[in-house]
Structures are given as C-alpha cells and as structure tokens.
Design a protein around this ligand. Sequence first.
Ligand code: TMP
Ligand code: ASP
Length: 236
Amino acid sequence: MQKKQELYAGKAKTVYETDDPNIYLLEFRNDTSAFDGEKVRQLTDKGKVNNLFNAHIMQALEVAGIATHFIKLIDDKTSAVKCLDMIPVECVLRNYAAGGLSKRLGIEEGQVLSPPIFEFFLKDDALHDPMICDSHIMTFGWASEDEVRQMKELTCKVNDVLQPLFAEGGLQLVDFKLEFGRCDGNIVLGDEFTPDGCRIWDAKTQEKFDKDRFRRDLGDVVEHYRLAAERLGLVI
Ligand code: TMP
Ligand code: ASP
C-alpha cells in the first residue's frame, strides 16, 4: 500500500490517501490539543502510544463483533483504516460524572451514573462542539433516524465491551467519545479510541490516566497513557 497525498490534518492526526481508494492512512502525531485548540503542545511519543493504544482497542471491539474502520498497524505512528463517510457528530457516553457534565449540571465528579448518560455533540470547533439532540441531527440531515438509533446502540455496546476490559486492569472507564461513519451501507466506528478522547481513572485511587492530565497541567501525560496501555496488557 502506497502513501499518497495528505487529505486532512486534524488537531492530533493526519489522514493520507493511498493507492487504494477505499483505504486511508491515519498518522497519530505528537500534537496534543485542548479547549478547542486553545492549548497545544508537542508531547514526545504520544503519537506512537496512541496509535498502539487505538489498535489494541479497535481489535478488541472487532473481536466482540463491532465493526470498526481499523485494518492494521503500518508503523509506530500509522494505521491503515477503511475510508468512511463520516457523520459530523460526537457520541459521548458517561459512566461517572466528570468534565463537561459536572460543570454544566453541577454534579460532583466521580458520581456513578446509572444508567450511563449518552449525549450527542456537533463536531464543529468554530461553534465549540455544542450539545445537540436526535431532533437536531434529523432535521439538519446530519444522519437518519435509523443511523441515530444505531449510533446510540453501538456506543452502548462499546461500553459493554470496554468497561470490563478496563476493570480487569484496575481502571474505571469514566467517559468516552466516539465518531461513526458510513461504509457500504453500514454504520462503522471511525476516528480513534485513545486516552485523548476518554477519561480513565485508577479504580481505587481515582488517579487520572487520560487527557485531563494535560488539560489540568497534572504532568507526566504520555507516561500515564503508557501506564494505562500496560494495565490493558500492552507493552509499548
Ligand atoms: P466533556 O466532559 O468535556 O464533555 O468530554 C466528555 C468525553 O468526551 C471525554 O472523555 C473527552 C471526550 N471529548 C473529546 O474526545 N473531544 C472533545 O472535543 C470533547 C469536548 C470531549
Ligand atoms: N479535543 C478538543 C481540543 O483539542 C477538546 C479537548 O479535548 O479538551 O481542543
């Protein structure tokens, strides 16, 4: 597979075309951004750690029967993925209160959310990713009613697979964000699953192993991403 021209550079990943029109290369960069790109730093080895972390999770989801865009690892920072027609919404699932939910509703961080909370956000940096609901998605044609239902179901299924996987490593999966796309008439998980897009806490001490270390200047960001990967059985 040959790497061709750059298609799109996001805040932390770059997408390249290949000689196969159905396959893209996803390069995980060291750039780390928070607050809609207001705070940006280069963190040594973050691209590599996130690429390997993502591959591990995507493969676990595939084994559990969830279709993902992941094809294979190409090198330390690059993975081959299926090309999807992305739906411009972010699906957030929360098992414990934290971050935006705590701020918005005044709920104490760490409160168990049972049943878990599901939220949609519009993927639009200029508008600061506003929260939206099913009705907005259907009225503005971002996805159909059936696609909305599938995104919710798949997000819950991902939670059912990953919560026990993280628990085995003594970790709480606090919340996470997913993005989906269309491929051959199916809804497929795209983007990434890394500590950049989820919250992971130690189950006993609530120590943070995710991007809140960067957002809140807690230090040792990539070291904690690597430690979380190790708890899931990965050696990086
Ligand atoms: P929030 O608490 O800031 O709303 O974030 C909920 C989850 O979604 C958290 O795990 C971080 C993730 N997330 C992203 O991956 N990208 C984003 O742009 C935002 C706002 C959140
Ligand atoms: N991912 C977003 C950004 O890069 C928001 C965040 O993670 O805080 O700005």
